[in-house]
Design a protein around this ligand. Sequence first.
Ligand code: 5GP
Ligand code: MN
Ligand code: MN
Length: 381
Amino acid sequence: MLKRFYHNNTPILSWADDIEEGAMKQATNLAELPFIYSHIALMADTHQGFGMPIGGVMATEDVVIPNAVGVDIGCGLIAAKTDIKEINKKQLKRIIDESYKVIPTGFKHHKKPQKWSGFNNPPDIKIIKKELKSAKHQIGSLGGGNHFCSIEKGDEGYIWIMVHSGSRNLGFKVADYYNKEADRINAKEGYVPKEYNLSPLLLSSDVGEEYFEAMKYCLDFSRGNRERIFTLFYSIFSKVTGAKDLLNKIDIHHNYASKESHFGKEVIVHRKGATRVRKGELGVVPGSMGTPSYIVKGLGHPDSFMSCSHGAGRVISRKKANKQFTKKEANLAMGDIVFKDWGNDLSEAPMAYKDIERVIKNQKDLITPIVKLTPLAVMKG
Ligand code: 5GP
Ligand code: MN
Ligand code: MN
């Protein structure tokens, strides 16, 4: 299950059973960085990303790498257990239809500025201040691609709701700004080869410190964003179904950096498409719009820096998926799950993702599956 490679004397531990060439190259690039701590960990859903593979976990000493957090800072999920056990097709359709009317998708945002407590005391950082006005229209919008709201049936009998979204354009602007700053500084200092696309910032530098603060604000913003989307989605859900109470609610980020202690040392852990699962901590591992997802409980494995996969992971790029898949295949894979028409985009069809059952099995030493969720209806971004 767990494979161990060495590159440059740095161990690369992988929970994935097959790693595409591009992702492996990116992993060995990480292993060559001079400020790596202990080893590189690749989760079971690892695939190629920009600079760092998605599903990668990397700890560093005194350094933060904006591109190892990614452009959607704080992307993550809410999974909430409702108090109802039954829901019918008509209700599902109505919830999805009405949700598309109140939750903006794609590049769309709210017409009126939205309220969020974090808008009252933003950090004194230029890029944040500049983007704040438009961020007020972004909070509570889903975004595009694989961001989604869904209704799922848990194998313990209850209906669950999920929301997947991140820090919208605010996070993108922050990530882009500091990645360029890091490139500029790195070009002078030459810590990391340019083609790695992994320019670092010293945490003790002004820019490094500023990035970390801006990133943390984006984490709060993404949580506020998911919360707002959830409120809108759940209010329609409860109006249609009569649900009154939430029995459980989990909210997690899967793109972020944080200061944590591992193997007895304070380090910066970068999770780019990975979920933190300390011992007993709950995580959410989504499959796809047509396959199951899992609520999992962490076993706190030190070798994964107490992390697990952030999903099933793609097996095929968006472009290739659109070339290879047909609407007929995609519809077949969706069965009778309620969703809006594909339009011209098949890149999110269930076949674009790895087999979630295998991905879960490959990380049995990291997590215990608690609830298996089967999709009933999905609203995609
Ligand atoms: P990412 O954070 O990399 O954008 O996506 C996380 C994971 O979400 C993907 O690897 C995939 O397994 C899962 N996923 C993508 N779309 C959907 C969806 O519509 N529903 C569910 N349940 N999972 C999805
Ligand atoms: Mn995202
Ligand atoms: Mn995500």
